[in-house]
Design a protein around this ligand. Structure first.
Ligand code: ZN
Length: 102
């Protein structure tokens, strides 16, 4: 049995107690208590921030530039699309893996 701080009022509560005797807030026990080094999922807000860093390749713009440069731009198009794709999959990977508590 360990004493943990109530997440709501900060009072010390037994980790075996179902709820804080002071304020009635439910106490997360055992495996559900995140500890230093645990992998926990990102919050919705953090996921939204990461998703906003994803890059979309503007294929219409690149198609237009490819036409006016007689196909020369296609190299840039491929590089940009590959770079955006790898950044986007790195973001997906981070979101799926969760974060390690420090
Ligand atoms: Zn409490």
């Amino acid at each position: 049995m360990a004493l943990i701080a109530c997440p709501d009022c900060g009072k010390e509560v037994s980790s075996n107690a179902p709820a804080c005797p002071g304020c009635g807030s439910p106490i997360a026990t055992g495996a559900s208590v995140a500890q230093r080094g645990d992998i926990i999922p990102y919050s919705d807000q953090e996921v939204a921030v990461m998703l906003s860093r994803k890059k979309k390749t503007s294929h219409l713009l690149h198609l237009f530039l490819t036409i006016i440069t007689l196909g020369l731009w296609v190299v840039v198009w491929v590089i940009v699309a590959a770079s955006n794709g790898s950044q986007n999959s790195a973001i997906d990977k981070r979101i799926n893996n969760g974060k390690r508590l420090r």
